[in-house]
Design a protein around this ligand. Structure first.
Ligand SMILES: Nc1nc2c(ncn2[C@@H]2O[C@H](COP(=O)(O)OP(=O)(O)OP(=O)(O)O)[C@@H](O)[C@H]2O)c(=O)[nH]1
Ligand SMILES: [Mg+2]
Length: 411
């Protein structure tokens, strides 16, 4: 994904631990994964327990000296801080350490820039990058030009680093206009989908949970699945046949992550909002990840921010083939909890069944039942799961088909 001829940065990861839990450690592990995904080599890490993040320098004075030494020992070319830095913090750290200063946000923006394929994705990334840069022109200028490449310089915004504030502002408003057009197009497609009468289920979840793999396993969509973080930036939608009368649209979406940059959420709103317009939320969880609970929390929090609550939820505890002692996971916030593996196919039939059940509850439909004695047809008419009318039901009947009422009218 990221070409090898680029400068391999040697970075030190830096975090501040404000609550004494092991959360800072885990967050730094994830930052390391992000750094690797962006093509950097992690040569060291440092966590400072502090009550608050230092407003001027992120970490305290003594720690900066330690960090300087560590950079020297490891031949580090830069540091990546686990929280978004202000322009003041960036400028001060740069002056003290004389190396490239990056933060979690810059890293994520950079990965997104390398992954954006569609026009929409590129516009969204550039917009987010410009907004990030516009507010940090003072601190960032030197840091981003010093190596002439590497993290923070990728993407459509690359040649625009030198632009002054006015030009950046102009570019931002232009991109916003372009994005408006794209959003209108999206709305149009949503409208068409609605007319088709098909329900939409959105696959959401933490990055690398296996959303694309689930979609591929069910629909042969051929979506890129990758061990790297954020392999999917563009949404793909595929039809999935649930049984001989019912299809559903399955939409793969961009993954969520802890501390998802604010600018990115704003710029990717129309992509992220796929979940908001879906009829059913399918929450894919990596059940083999020790951080599973924290990741699920991030997903629900992000869904809340996007205004995508109050929908039926199916939670897939995925990657069961990697779980050593299968636990009976239950997501209390979900209507269905299903253990799956995109690799072995475990639970996928059960998943389809759950989708079908949810759709049935929402529809007015007629169950046409036939009895074996061929005494005649028996019909059950239900609306949103409630029985509206019932005709004689004999022993030994078999459910043959579920027929939505509008189709039934045409039979
Ligand atoms: N062992 C195992 N690996 C899986 C399973 N599902 C997905 N994976 C692997 O997990 C990695 C991430 O899978 P993706 O499908 O790309 O995950 P995603 O949720 O779409 O990730 P993003 O698009 O980055 O948000 C890939 O290397 C997959 O092969 C599973 O059930 N079992
Ligand atoms: Mg994906």
């Amino acid at each position: 994904m990221i070409s090898m001829d680029e400068i391999k940065e040697r970075v030190i990861l830096v975090a501040v631990d404000t609550d004494g839990s092991d959360q800072a450690e885990q967050s730094l592990d994830e930052l390391g994964e992000l750094a690797k995904t962006a093509g950097a080599e992690v040569v060291g890490r440092m966590i400072q327990p502090r009550e608050n993040i230092h407003p001027g320098t992120y970490i305290g004075k003594g720690k900066i000296l330690e960090l300087k030494e560590l950079l020297w020992e490891t031949h580090g070319t830069g540091i990546i801080c686990d929280d978004e830095l202000t322009s003041v913090q960036m400028g001060n750290l740069e002056a003290e350490l004389d190396c490239k200063i990056m933060d979690r946000t810059l890293l994520i923006l950079d990965i997104f820039a390398a992954r954006a394929v569609s026009g929409e994705g590129k516009i969204q990334v550039e917009l987010a990058q410009l907004k990030y840069r516009a507010s940090r022109l003072a601190g960032l200028g030197k840091s981003l030009s010093r190596l002439g490449g590497g993290i923070g310089t990728r993407g459509p915004g690359e040649k625009k680093l030198e632009m002054d504030r006015r030009l950046i502002r102009e570019r931002i408003s232009r991109l916003k206009k372009e994005l408006k057009d794209v959003e209108r197009h999206r709305e149009l497609i949503r409208g068409q989908r609605k007319q088709s009468g098909l329900k939409v289920a959105a696959l959401v979840g933490y990055t690398s949970a296996g959303k694309s793999s689930i979609e591929n396993a069910l629909t042969q969509a051929g979506v890129l699945e990758d061990a790297m973080l954020f392999s999917t930036l563009d949404t793909t939608t595929r039809a999935l046949t649930l049984d001989n009368t019912q299809e559903i649209l399955l939409t793969d979406t961009v993954g969520f992550i802890n501390k998802l940059p604010h600018h990115l959420v704003e710029a990717f709103k129309s992509t992220l909002e796929e979940a908001k317009y879906a009829d059913i939320i399918v929450h894919v969880v990596d059940a083999s990840n020790p951080q599973m609970d924290a990741q699920m929390h991030v997903v629900y929090e992000t869904l809340r921010q996007l205004g995508a609550e109050g929908k039926p939820v199916i939670t897939l505890f995925n990657k069961q083939d990697k779980v050593e002692n299968p636990v009976n996971h239950k997501d209390l916030q979900a209507d269905y909890s299903i253990a799956t593996s995109a690799k072995t196919g475990q639970g996928l039939e059960e998943f389809k069944h759950a989708l079908l059940e949810i759709i049935r509850k929402e529809q007015i439909y007629i169950e046409r039942l036939y009895d074996f004695s061929e005494a005649g047809k028996i019909q059950l008419i239900r609306s949103k799961g409630q029985l509206l009318s019932e005709e004689y039901v004999p022993e030994g009947i078999e459910v043959k088909a579920y027929v939505p009422q509008d189709i039934y009218g045409r039979l």
